[in-house]
Write a protein that binds this ligand. Structure first.
Ligand SMILES: Nc1nc2c(c(=O)[nH]1)N[C@H]1C(S)=C(S)[C@@H](COP(=O)(O)O)O[C@H]1N2
Ligand SMILES: [Mo]
Length: 166
């Protein structure tokens, strides 16, 4: 069995002050603590994680809140068809069509333990679509901003991930 790779935690990641904000094209902006998330219904998703750099971690078992559940609480406006998900490390962010994001899991646990900061704890986005990409699995998720169109310049995740590949 291969595990996730170990990467250093960037200096600007401060998980002590962590909370998740839901902003933008929503009727009810939210600020959620880890405790708020654990009070919602938790679901499991098991799958392999494949990085574009050529390594694979198989059969990871994630547990957390389906993003759609959180979006329901925030009531996106009819125009909020996309979302930009921001992390705590600098300008790392990735945009999603709202439906693709809604089926993803915000994972609080990995293989039965609280998700460690090394792998994105308190909360990591785990896309469930079969065509998911490694850079969409956002560690240290800080904000979900609903938008009316797909952000371009602010959507940095793919570019940052691919820039690491020689
Ligand atoms: N916030 C944030 N999330 C991120 C990244 C990152 O640099 N910052 N890198 C992505 C990429 S390209 C990969 S392969 C995985 C690596 O996960 P790991 O560090 O748990 O092995 O995290 C993804 N999520
Ligand atoms: Mo990656």
């Amino acid at each position: 069995m291969d595990d996730l790779k170990q990467h250093d935690i960037p200096a600007d990641v401060n998980t002590n002050e962590w909370a998740l904000r839901v902003t933008g094209a929503v009727e009810q902006p939210l600020r959620l603590t880890r405790r708020d998330l654990t009070s919602l219904s938790l679901e499991e998703f098991t799958g392999e994680f494949a990085c574009a750099e050529g390594w694979v971690a198989d059969e990871l078992s994630w547990r957390g809140v389906r993003v759609g559940t959180i979006l329901d609480h925030a009531s996106p406006t009819p125009e909020g068809d996309f979302a930009l998900v921001r992390a705590m490390d600098g300008d790392y962010a990735c945009s999603f069509p709202r439906e693709r994001l809604a089926e993803s899991i915000l994972a609080l646990e990995l293989d039965g333990d609280a998700l460690s900061p090394e792998h994105g704890g308190p909360v990591r986005l785990v896309p469930t679509a079969t065509d998911r990409n490694c850079w969409e699995s956002i560690k240290w998720v800080a904000e979900i901003e609903l938008t009316e169109s797909r952000p371009t310049a602010a959507d940095t995740a793919k570019e940052l991930a691919l820039s690491r590949i020689e």
